[in-house]
Design a protein around this ligand. Structure first.
Ligand code: URA
Length: 217
């Protein structure tokens, strides 16, 4: 079975099968405008060191929107979020609950790579997150999945441990969009023992999506 194969790739043996269908992508003029503004942005010093901005990728009508921290080396080179090793793991993670990359929308808090992959600072986040908010407003996802401590802390305006933020439905922004937190795939590469917990988070995400999707259809 294909899903079992993905789970094995994650190092997880047992699983439950779930199904969820997602619509295909659609472009609107607003997206073009937003994309050009991101590409031309020089609002903080990070533009000086970038190869290119990393806008975001995927289904612009996605039910699930994934939010990471910032582009790394490979993302800066290729102009797409989560394409390095961590990205490959993220792709494998979402496959366990039936999603391909093209089904979800993937973006970061920051659109430019910080030097040497250092953590984003508060000023950079404050300058850049209006772009993310506009992306969220355009996608109108049912659920946000924040990956890792940095994205979770900024989106939820908290310093609580990632562990304590897991397994809860938070809300984000004026429209109170449900948000669930899980581990960053780069962390999971360093701490594979926590992949089981990440899988539990993914099942929780799937269950939450199925519930909200059922309500909205
Ligand atoms: N880590 C992130 O948080 N985002 C990326 O796009 C790549 C690595």
């Amino acid at each position: 079975m294909q899903q079992e194969h993905y789970l094995q790739a994650l190092g997880i043996q047992s699983f439950e099968r779930r199904h969820l269908t997602c619509p295909t992508a659609q472009t609107t003029p607003d997206w073009d405008n937003l994309q050009s503004r991101v590409a031309a942005c020089t609002a903080c010093s990070l533009h000086q060191g970038r190869t290119q901005t990393v806008f975001g990728v995927g289904n612009r009508e996605a039910k699930l929107m994934i939010i990471g921290e910032a582009p790394g080396f490979h993302e800066d080179q290729q102009g797409e979020p989560f394409v390095g090793r961590a990205g490959q793991l993220l792709t494998a993670m979402i496959k366990t609950i039936g999603f391909d990359r093209k089904d979800v929308f993937i973006a970061n808090i920051l659109k430019c790579r910080p030097p040497n992959n250092r953590d984003p600072n508060a000023e950079e986040v404050a300058t850049c997150t209006p772009f993310l908010d506009q992306q969220i407003a355009l996608v109108q996802p049912i659920l946000l999945m924040a990956v890792g401590r940095i994205a979770s802390h900024y989106l939820l305006n908290t310093k609580s441990s990632l562990e304590s933020l897991r397994n809860k439905i938070h809300v984000y922004g004026e429209n109170s969009i449900p948000l669930i937190v899980t581990y960053h795939p780069a962390y999971l590469l360093r701490n594979p023992a926590d992949k089981k917990k990440a899988y539990a988070d993914l099942l929780f995400i799937h269950k939450t999506l199925s519930k909200h999707h059922g309500e909205s259809s």
